[in-house]
Design a protein around this ligand. Structure first.
Ligand code: ACO
Length: 435
C-alpha cells in the first residue's frame, strides 16, 4: 500500500511536518520533532482515559462499536456462543484458532488438573471476615498465589507461561467458589474432575451433602455462555491494567490480581452488581419513569447503559436476553426482568439516551440471570472475572511477545508550581522544625 502522510503546520513557528500514517494512526512520538526551539521538549498528545489513543496492535478481539459487532479472532460472538463452549473459546482467544480434538483434550485436561488450591491458600482465605466482598477475596488470593508459584516470574519461557495459564484458568473458579462458600459460612468444596469446567464450578459453589453434584444442564450451558460473552473485550480498563502491570514484567498472578481490581469498579465489571442494586431501588415497573427523570437530571447513572466503545446495541446484551428466557424456564421468571424491560423500553425511546447513543451493555441483563440462578449480588463481578481471565491472559501474552511494547509509562502535563526554594527555617534546628 502507498505510504500515507499527515501534513501539519505549526502556527507558532510556521514550520510544516509530514507525519507517516500507519493503520489509520499517527505515532505520537513523531510529534516530538515539532518544537518551538531546540530546548523545547516537543509536542505530545493529551488524552485522559485514552479515548483516541491506541496503546498496542492486537489480533485478539475486534469491536465495531458503531455497528455493534464483536469478533474474537475474527469469529462473530453469536456464532461462537452458539457452537462452542467456554474452554474452546478460551483456547481460541489465547492461541488464535479453535483447538483440534487432541488439542482440546490436552487443554481441558491440563486446566482441569490445575483446579486444586494449596491447602495453605484455603487457610489464607479463611482469614477473611465473614462479610468480606468476594471480589476483594479473589483479588487478594490471586496476588497471594504469586508467592506459591515463584516460577511464574519466568515470563520469558513459553512453557512456564503456558503452565501459569493452565493454573490461572483452573484456579480462578475454585477461588471464586471458595469466596462464595466463605461468605455463606460453608466448607469449601473440592473440584470434581469428571464435570465440565462450568459444571465443576457449580459443583464447587452449590454441592451440599449429596455424594455427587449433578449440575442442571440448562443452567450449566447458560453460565458457560455468559463466560464466553465476557471472555475478552479488547483494551478495556482491566485488560489495559493487565498489560500495564505485565509490562513491568510482574508475574501473571500479580497482573491478573491487578486486572481483577480494575474490573471490580462500578464503571466496569462492578456494573452488573450495581444494575441489580438499581433495579431493587426502583422496586416496581411504575416507578421507572421517576427514576429515568433522576438519570436525566444527572443525579444518578442508569447502570448497565452506555459504553465507551458501543454506540449501538451491545451484541452481548442481545445474546444474554435470549439466555434469560431459557434460564427463567428452569428457575421461574425473575420479577426484576419487568423493571429492566421497562427501563430499556423508555430509555431507547427517550431523546436523552438516543442523542448520547446509550444502549444496554453486557451487564444490563446478566445480573438478572445470575440472581435467578441463585448467585448473591456480590458474586456477579467475580463471575465476570472467571470469563475475563482468558482475555487477560491472551492480552498479557500478546503484549510480552510484541517487540513494539515497552513498560507502560504515560507522560503528564505538569500544572503544579515551577521550581521554588523551600522557606527558610529561621532560628530552628531542622529536627525541631520537623517535630
Ligand atoms: N446513565 C446516564 N447517562 C449516561 C450514562 C448512563 N449509564 N452513560 C453515559 N451517560 C451520559 C454522560 O453523562 C454523558 O452525558 P453529557 O454528554 O451530557 O455529559 C454522555 O452520556 C457520555 O458519557 P461519558 O461518561 O462521556 O461516556 P464514557 O465513554 O466516558 O463512559 C461508561 C462509558 C463508563 C460505561 C458510562 O456509560 C457509564 O458510566 N455507564 C454506567 C456504568 C456501566 O454500565 N458500566 C459497564 C460498562 S460495560 C463493561 O465494562 C463490561
Amino acid at each position: 500500500m502507498e505510504k500515507q502522510f499527515l501534513t501539519v503546520t505549526d502556527e507558532r513557528t510556521g514550520k510544516t511536518y509530514r507525519l507517516p500514517i500507519q493503520n489509520g494512526t499517527v505515532n505520537t512520538m513523531d510529534l516530538r520533532q515539532i518544537k518551538t526551539d531546540p530546548d523545547d521538549f516537543g509536542l505530545m498528545g493529551y488524552d485522559p482515559g485514552y479515548k483516541n489513543t491506541a496503546s498496542c496492535k492486537s489480533s485478539i478481539t475486534f469491536i465495531d462499536g458503531e455497528r455493534g459487532i464483536l469478533l474474537y479472532r475474527g469469529y462473530p460472538i453469536d456464532q461462537i456462543a452458539e457452537n462452542y463452549n467456554f474452554l474452546e473459546t478460551a483456547y481460541l482467544i489465547i492461541n488464535g484458532e479453535f483447538p483440534t480434538g487432541a488439542e482440546y483434550d490436552k487443554w481441558s485436561w491440563n486446566i482441569t488438573h490445575h483446579t486444586m488450591l494449596h491447602e495453605n491458600i484455603k487457610k489464607f482465605m479463611e482469614g477473611f471476615r465473614y462479610d468480606a466482598h468476594p471480589m476483594g477475596i479473589l483479588i487478594s488470593t490471586l496476588a497471594a498465589l504469586s508467592t506459591f508459584y515463584p516460577d511464574s516470574r519466568n515470563i520469558e519461557d513459553p512453557e512456564s507461561r503456558r503452565l501459569q495459564i493452565y493454573r490461572l484458568l483452573g484456579k480462578v473458579p475454585t477461588i471464586a467458589a471458595a469466596a462464595y462458600r466463605h461468605s455463606m459460612g460453608l466448607p469449601y468444596n473440592y473440584p470434581d474432575n469428571t464435570l465440565s469446567y462450568t459444571g465443576n464450578f457449580l459443583n464447587m459453589l452449590f454441592k451440599m451433602t449429596e455424594p455427587k453434584y449433578e449440575p442442571n444442564p440448562v443452567l450449566e450451558k447458560a453460565l458457560d455462555t455468559l463466560f464466553i460473552l465476557h471472555a475478552d473485550h479488547e483494551q478495556n480498563c482491566s485488560a489495559s491494567t493487565m498489560r500495564g502491570v505485565g509490562s513491568s514484567h510482574s508475574d501473571p498472578f500479580c497482573a491478573v490480581a491487578a486486572a481483577a481490581a480494575a474490573l471490580y469498579g462500578p464503571l466496569h465489571g462492578g456494573a452488573n452488581e450495581m444494575v441489580l442494586r438499581m433495579l431493587k431501588e426502583i422496586g416496581s415497573k411504575d416507578k421507572v419513569g421517576a427514576y429515568i427523570k433522576r438519570v436525566k437530571a444527572g443525579e444518578v447513572l442508569l447502570m448497565g447503559f452506555g459504553h465507551r466503545v458501543y454506540k449501538n446495541y451491545d451484541p452481548r446484551a442481545r445474546i444474554i436476553k435470549n439466555i434469560a428466557d431459557q434460564v427463567f424456564d428452569v428457575t421461574g421468571r425473575n420479577p426484576m426482568l419487568d423493571i429492566a424491560l421497562e427501563l430499556e423500553r423508555i430509555a431507547l425511546e427517550d431523546e436523552y439516551f438516543v442523542e448520547r447513543k446509550l444502549y444496554p451493555n453486557v451487564d444490563f441483563y446478566s445480573g438478572i440471570i445470575y440472581q435467578a440462578m441463585g448467585f448473591p449480588v456480590a458474586l456477579y463481578p467475580v463471575l465476570f472475572a472467571i470469563g475475563r481471565t482468558a482475555g487477560w491472559l491472551a492480552q498479557w501474552e500478546e503484549m510480552l511477545l510484541d517487540p513494539d511494547q515497552k513498560i507502560h509509562r504515560p507522560r503528564q502535563i505538569y500544572i503544579g508550581k515551577t521550581h521554588r526554594d523551600v522557606p527558610r527555617l529561621k532560628g530552628k534546628k531542622k529536627s525541631e522544625a520537623m517535630a
